[in-house]
Design a binder for this molecule. Structure first.
Ligand code: FRU
Length: 493
């Protein structure tokens, strides 16, 4: 059993002890301790609210609380008191992931309470100030009494709540005996819920392989992006398919139509959201200006985490705007990041193919780099980042394979997970005019690489030495051109 008072006092007393070497400067991370999934991402009362799965007491996963930050622009965040602690009989083994929605002027959190018997049930909390959350309900609002026959009450979690047509709806990840699924519920008042049906079944376009995962489609969320209905979720143990789904757990999006009566999501596209190493449990929110913005955990389960001895672990990606075009989801960093650009350096028309090219003023590990290449005759063309005497992180286009590759095998502290391939991640990128555009964000120990205006993204953590700040450009196996490169330092104070 936890308490918010205990958690907040612990944070206040101990966050000063956290070692700074691997900390980010413009990504959300816990003041101290462990965080995983983003939760309750919402705009409420003039501010953006982001919560996260949180264990303040150590840098490892344990009984979950909800941490809380707020922002006016997605970039500069302020820590708020812990929003939820595991302090009720129905959630005393953890307040697992969930979402937020405004109702009657209050901010409601719908989350999964895990009790001592391991039951996962959906619970509510609310606050009239968006900060001091109360749990006035004696029981969870979706209990073991109203689960469907193909669900397990031990694997029934991560409610994502939304409103349409006069009803509230909530989708949750669950699992029957040997397959994963997503369940849809409906309510008039957020308190009384009715099971509508399952979002997926074995006849889905991708067939049994995906449906029968024997695992959970964790953290589902639902959004309308440029007129298309998109279901995003985090299936555990998705089988690898070429260079896709290489992490132990993946994040995918499906494009289709949600039948609110039967619960079925009829979809015809099933794609990976991010092609890097460290990206999980994505959640979206729709802003008053219509933008659909995505957050995600910038980590992956079952990896070594070099920041743990420093007293913290886990961070969120730079929030991304979603768009649907050319039959796929495009992601671009929230435009507000451009307000934090400083010290611009720009160069044009640089020939590549001989030695590594270093450009005066293009150096650093907390910055934005925009580079447009023309592949020419080269076999590989790209950038070395976090370069030092012993380390480098490679981001390049493999012209033969038509793939953008992120290679962190020589980045710094070796990182290994349960996957076979700890060295590279890649994504197919069709290039018609020979041009490849990389927009890269570094934040001390992270890299997010947006390819061709958001066609693909590769996200990863790297733990280089402090002085590994070099950046160079290269072409191998032929010649290429760096048409234009721009660097901005990103400075958030
Ligand atoms: C996903 C997840 C969720 C769960 C939470 C627990 O990373 O496993 O399904 O609610 O983490 O912290």
């Amino acid at each position: 059993m936890g308490s918010k008072f205990r958690a907040n006092s612990y944070i206040a007393r101990n966050s000063g002890t956290v070692v700074q070497r691997y900390r980010h400067s413009y990504h959300v991370m816990p003041e101290i301790g462990w965080c995983n999934d983003p939760n309750g991402f919402a705009y409420y009362d003039g501010k953006i609210h982001l919560f996260y799965q949180y264990n303040p007491y150590s840098a490892g996963w344990d009984t979950m609380h909800w941490g809380h930050v707020t922002s006016r622009d997605f970039i500069k965040w302020e820590y708020q008191p812990v929003a939820l602690a595991p302090d009720m009989p129905y959630d005393d083994c953890g307040c697992f992931s969930g979402s937020a929605i405004e109702k009657d002027g209050m901010l409601y959190l719908m989350y999964t309470g895990v009790n001592a018997e391991g039951l996962q049930q959906q619970c509510l909390a609310f606050a009239s100030d968006g900060v001091s959350f109360e749990k006035p309900f004696v029981e969870p609002v979706i209990t073991k009494e109203n689960v469907g026959s193909e669900m397990s009450i031990q694997d029934f979690r991560d409610p994502y709540v939304f409103r349409t047509g006069g009803y509230y709806y909530s989708i949750m990840g669950t699992k029957a005996q040997d397959y994963g699924n997503i369940a849809l519920y409906r309510s008039k008042d957020l308190i009384n819920w009715q099971f509508q049906g399952y979002c997926m079944n074995g006849t889905d376009p991708k067939g049994d392989n995906y449906y029968r995962l024997n695992a959970v489609y964790e953290c589902p969320c639902f959004a309308e992006v440029d007129g298309k209905q998109i279901l995003i979720c985090s299936p555990q143990f998705l089988p690898q398919e070429g260079c896709r789904f290489q992490n132990v757990h993946s994040v995918v999006y499906m494009v289709g139509r949600l039948d609110l009566e039967s619960g079925r999501f009829h979809y015809d596209k099933f794609e990976e959201v991010d092609s890097g190493f460290d990206f999980y449990a994505a959640q979206t929110t729709t802003m008053p200006d219509g933008r659909v913005v995505l957050s995600a955990w910038m980590q992956m389960w079952d990896r070594n985490l070099p920041s743990q001895p420093d007293g913290w672990a886990g961070a969120m990606v730079l929030p991304r705007e979603l768009h649907y075009k050319n039959g796929r989801l495009y992601q671009t960093p929230v435009r507000e990041i451009e307000n934090y650009r400083l010290n611009r350096v720009e160069r044009k028309d640089i020939a590549l193919g001989g030695d590594l090219v270093r450009i005066e003023g293009i150096v650093g590990d907390t910055l934005e780099l925009i580079a447009e290449f023309e592949a020419g005759t080269a076999e590989r063309v790209g950038i070395k980042l976090f370069e030092g005497k012993e380390h480098e992180t490679l981001l390049y286009y493999d012209c033969k394979k038509g793939e953008v590759v992120l290679d962190r095998s020589c980045s710094g502290v070796p990182l290994a997970g349960v996957e076979e391939n700890n060295a590279t991640r890649s994504v197919e990128v069709p290039v018609t005019d020979g041009k490849i555009a990389l927009r890269v964000f570094l934040d001390n120990t992270s890299i997010e690489a947006f390819v061709n205006d958001g066609y693909a993204v590769l996200t990863a953590n790297v733990y280089a030495d402090e002085e590994d700040e070099g950046i160079s450009f290269f072409a191998a196996g032929g010649t290429a051109k760096l048409n234009r490169v721009t660097k901005y330092d990103i400075v958030v104070k």
